[in-house]
Design a protein around this ligand. Structure first.
Ligand code: NCD
Length: 294
């Protein structure tokens, strides 16, 4: 699972069904990956992605080997190439989850990896498993993915979760997307071209107020990826005032971690689903491991 580009709606549906099934009957799945070993190889910080993958593997009866700061604590610091590391690690396990700061790292790793490889984020490129848990969350909270109006706000240039998510959303009929970001953090043009090709109606806006006036069904917020830029930009903020502009049934999503773009006072509102979204990640990642490693 390197990119969402090749995923079909039918496959997404199967992932969602498997995630729901594992969540409902965890005992029945608790030995499915018995005897299998997953390696989590993270060259960038992570809380949710790595720990939810590891927890999912354990819940399915498998085992985990892990390096959480691979840029310092693997042989990368001695100058070993990613390809060499992948060749070696793949001989120790049955699947690899890789997070790396360079766009295209997962694609490079795939070329030398004889076992299932999961991209857990390649720089500002993609984050396919996050996109799957995001659509799973939308499906759980709204009962459907098609026919909804999505507002996607924040750092749309470097935010890899957005890059994967919009590709998945564009597979569904009658989806509308309003992108909200400062000009310098706008959504990349290759994604706008894809929206155009798939007939998705979209708009780009620069203020949260303007975007929320469009009355979206889902607002998806993201933080500024400060680690990927030299001059840090500000993104539109979301707080109490913005909350009051939302429709009664609009859900508020965020891949987390949040910094200052999403005020703590929003947490208590019943439309805030981001902590449930993070929890859904566990079950979606269990579904991904179940389908890839069995
Ligand atoms: C995201 C990531 O790493 O891209 N986090 C995550 O996996 N939930 C979002 C981010 O870091 O802003």
């Amino acid at each position: 699972m390197i990119s969402v580009a090749t995923l079909l709606k039918e496959t997404i549906k199967e992932f969602i069904e498997t995630a729901e099934s594992i969540r409902s009957y965890p005992k029945e799945y608790s030995t499915n990956l018995y005897g299998k070993i997953l390696a989590t190889l993270f060259y960038e910080p992570s809380t949710r992605t790595r720990l939810s993958f590891e927890s999912a593997m354990l819940r399915l009866g498998g085992k985990v080997i892990s390096t959480e700061s691979a840029s310092q604590f693997s042989s990368a610091i001695k100058g070993e190439s990613l390809e060499d590391t992948i060749r070696v690690v793949s001989s120790y396990c049955d699947g690899i989850v890789l997070r790396h700061p360079e766009v295209g790292a997962a694609e490079r790793a795939k070329k030398v990896c004889p076992i299932p490889l999961i991209n857990a984020g390649d720089g500002s490129g993609e984050h396919p498993t996050q996109a799957l848990l995001d659509v799973y969350t939308i499906w759980r909270e709204k009962g459907k993915i098609e026919g909804l109006h999505y507002a996607i706000a924040g750092d749309l240039k470097y935010g890899r979760t957005v890059h994967s998510l919009v590709q998945l959303l564009s597979l569904y009929p009658d989806v509308r997307i309003t992108f909200i970001s400062p000009q310098e953090l706008a959504i990349p043009s290759y994604l706008l071209e894809l929206m155009g090709k798939r007939g998705v109606e979209y708009r780009e806006m620069h203020s949260m107020y303007g975007g929320l006036q469009e009355k979206p069904d889902v607002i998806y917020l993201t933080r500024v990826q400060t680690e990927r830029m030299t001059k840090v930009s500000e993104v539109p903020l979301f707080g109490k005032y913005e909350l009051d502009m939302l429709k009664k049934d609009c859900i508020i999503m965020h891949p987390l971690p949040r910094v200052t773009e999403l005020a703590r006072e929003v947490d208590e509102d019943e439309r805030a689903v981001y902590f449930r979204q993070a929890e859904n990640g566990l079950w979606m990642r269990a579904a991904i491991l179940y389908r890839l490693l069995r």
